[in-house]
Design a protein around this ligand. Structure first.
Ligand SMILES: Nc1ncnc2c1ncn2[C@@H]1O[C@H](COP(=O)(O)OP(=O)(O)O)[C@@H](O)[C@H]1O
Ligand SMILES: [Mg+2]
Length: 309
């Protein structure tokens, strides 16, 4: 969907993005992670041409972005940033309708789309459509920002620390909504975050940046089990990397066939190993029954399965 090839960008002689090659597949969610100043926001701004690359190329659906007029490009790429930047004197409804209005959609189509999106982001239109941004909580404003970015049916959603400013429980709710939206719409998402948990939880692919360079790409399980460099290992927890690995691996990755029946409530195959460990600790046990292995039989997860390589 979008491919960065040997992309470089400098500010006053300092390389913010250094020879980055990254392919974000259609329909995937790629989390771009790295410490502050590693070039994440710059890379997103290069994608929608808020900035122009010094070297290399960026192809969007096969076409070089420098051949796509910025206005068209930004219509085809939604962009969500931390401070949502809603128009304060416009209602929620009107904010979400910004791009469809620019595109000249009929009022009926706009109305339908706005209602659908507000439902999708968990803001029932009956209650929220006519409110103004300052009548909403930070989390609700962020939801409106996501709805607005999706309104023009973008092919790609660029999100720059979209949930960075909301409290952790609200953030989890927003993450759940985003996962549901992606499942439903199949939109390709490139998400910048420095929140390790968020990246592991949401992404199909992790891309780790450090000082402008891309250090590693892979699934969360791959990156957390085989970090390519010390910097990657440090980013994912350093001495606590092993704990974060439990967030990236699933019960199904480690469960074995059960030798004897166990009547307790089984844990699901797609639960994280972290959730499994939490249950073991809470229940004071070292094994859990697992619901259905691939062949339909019951399985078991032992504490030892969590630590084996
Ligand atoms: N407009 C700019 N002018 C000068 N330097 C910039 C500009 N934008 C970013 N930088 C610098 O580029 C580097 C990468 O910044 P950024 O992409 O914002 O990092 P991140 O989003 O990973 O925190 C930083 O050193 C930052 O100071
Ligand atoms: Mg940034």
């Amino acid at each position: 969907m979008i491919r960065f090839e040997g992309v470089c960008k400098s500010f006053g002689g300092a390389r913010a993005v250094n020879e980055v090659t990254l392919d974000v597949a259609r329909g995937s969610l790629c989390a771009l992670v790295g410490t502050s100043g590693s070039g994440k926001s710059t890379l997103l701004r290069l994608a929608n041409r808020l900035l122009e690359a010094d070297e290399g190329s960026i192809r969007f659906d096969g076409a070089d972005v420098t051949n796509i007029p910025p206005v068209e490009l930004r219509r085809r790429m939604g962009y969500v940033i931390q401070s949502v930047g809603l128009f304060p004197h416009w209602t929620v409804e009107r904010n979400v309708a910004t791009v469809p209005r620019l595109l000249g959609w009929s009022p009926a189509r706009i109305g339908e789309r706005v209602a659908e999106l507000l439902d999708l982001v968990g803001l029932p239109p009956g209650r929220h459509a006519r409110r103004y941004p300052d009548e909403l909580s930070g989390g609700q404003q962020q939801r409106v920002g996501v709805a607005r970015a999706l309104a023009g049916e973008p092919e790609l959603l660029l999100m720059d620390e979209p949930f960075g400013a909301v409290d952790p429980p609200t953030r989890r709710g927003l993450q759940d909504s985003l996962m549901a939206i992606q499942k439903r719409t199949g939109t390709t998402i490139l998400l910048v975050t420095h929140d390790v948990e968020e990246a592991i939880r949401l992404s199909g692919t992790l891309a780790v940046l450090d000082q402008g360079r891309l250090l590693q790409t892979g699934t969360p399980a791959q990156v957390l089990t085989q970090p390519a460099t010390d910097a990657v290992a440090r980013f994912f927890g350093g001495p606590l990397l092993g704990l974060n690995r439990l967030k990236a691996l699933r019960v199904g990755d480690r469960a074995q066939a059960a030798a004897s029946p166990d009547e307790r409530e089984p844990i699901d195959m797609d639960a994280t190993l972290e959730a499994a460990l939490a249950r073991m600790v809470a229940e004071g046990c070292s094994r859990l029954p697992v619901r259905r292995l691939a062949d339909g039989t019951r399985g078991v997860l032992d504490l030892a399965d969590l630590v084996r390589p």
